[in-house]
Write a protein that binds this ligand. Structure first.
Ligand code: C2E
Ligand code: MG
Ligand code: MG
Ligand code: MG
Length: 283
């Protein structure tokens, strides 16, 4: 009967929900263990000045080393967001990034800015501004060397509180980039009020180049009008690069230049070559 089949569907639905909840609980528990057991690590991807080819910055991207495999943030950050554990994970990212900036200064006498991704829930947390300020103070790094990447979702869900936090961060000197720009739904009128320094054109618009260029052109124009730096993410080939170079995009990131690399690989390739000897004067 219809009633029986309806109740079967309900039972099926309930079983599915229970399964999902169970998976979420298991993942949350292992994320707690991962933090405790130090199973996270950061990879780094360079950002280049696409006119000169110079590496001007890098993005820190989290990975989870679990049973000898590297797990992508795509598969655990969303769960971490749902359960709130993204806040302590995010704190770890802030800490490690500041530590890395300091480490490169000490070992190589070289200052390279690092960009970190801040999840919406983490940005909405009251401790985000003090967390960032305290970590940069603790490692004695200039705020200009740390850039915060946030998505439109983080900004739009509570715009007034977002503006207050952005003002605090920007006036302290930190860089602020809107990540994946064009994929969320930020209102253009708010964009003008936001104290940000950079817009990152989402990879999906870069991958459409050069055939489909309407959105990328528009974002570049908007950035120029609003006096913001523009970073193109996900550059994978020469044609995309040329298109961006011809249109005054300043900074690029993508597999065409480099995949995200382990800290050691990144140092060997991009930090070591810049090493300048600090002469100690013996008297
Ligand atoms: P995102 O911040 O937009 O980072 C860019 C992603 O695109 C990275 O993926 C990067 O490896 C990838 N990518 C860069 N260039 C290319 C390219 O040329 N082609 C293609 N196909 N992909 C490219 P990844 O490392 O898997 O990170 C995915 C997302 O996970 C990030 O997107 C970010 O939203 C999130 N994420 C990464 N690390 C963190 C973190 O520490 N905290 C938080 N909250 N989220 C993070
Ligand atoms: Mg990012
Ligand atoms: Mg992005
Ligand atoms: Mg993205």
């Amino acid at each position: 009967s219809a009633k029986a089949s309806g109740s079967n569907q309900w039972a099926f639905f309930k079983a599915q929900m229970t399964e999902r909840a169970a998976v979420r609980l298991r993942t949350e528990a292992s994320l707690h263990d991962a933090l405790k057991n130090n199973e996270f690590l950061l990879h780094f991807q360079p950002k280049l000045d696409i006119k000169t080819g110079e590496v001007v910055s890098c993005e820190a991207l989290i990975r989870w080393q679990k049973d000898g495999r590297l797990i992508s943030p795509i598969s655990f950050i969303p769960v971490a967001e749902e359960t709130g554990i993204v806040i302590p994970i995010g704190r770890w990212v802030i800490e490690q990034s500041c530590k890395t900036i300091r480490d490169w200064q000490i070992r190589y006498n070289f200052s390279l800015p690092v960009a970190i991704n801040v999840a919406p829930q983490q940005f909405q947390d009251a401790s985000i501004v003090p967390d960032i300020k305290q970590a940069s103070l603790r490692y004695q790094i200039a705020p200009e060397l740390l850039e915060i990447e946030i998505t439109e979702t983080s900004l739009m869900s509570d715009i007034d509180s977002a503006i207050i936090k952005l003002k605090q961060l920007k006036s302290a000197g930190f860089g602020i980039a809107v990540d994946d720009f064009g994929t969320g739904y930020s209102s253009l009128s708010y964009l003008r009020r936001l104290p940000i320094t950079t817009m990152k054109i989402d990879r999906c618009f870069v991958s459409d180049l050069p055939e489909e260029s309407a959105i990328a052109s528009t974002i570049l124009m908007l950035g120029k009008q609003l006096n913001l730096n523009i970073v193109a993410e996900g550059i994978e080939n020469e044609q995309q690069l040329s298109w961006l170079q011809e249109r005054d995009c300043q900074i690029g990131q993508g597999f065409y230049f480099s995949q995200p690399l382990s800290k050691e690989e990144f140092e060997a390739k991009y930090i070591e070559p810049n090493h300048t000897l600090v002469k100690t004067i013996h008297t």
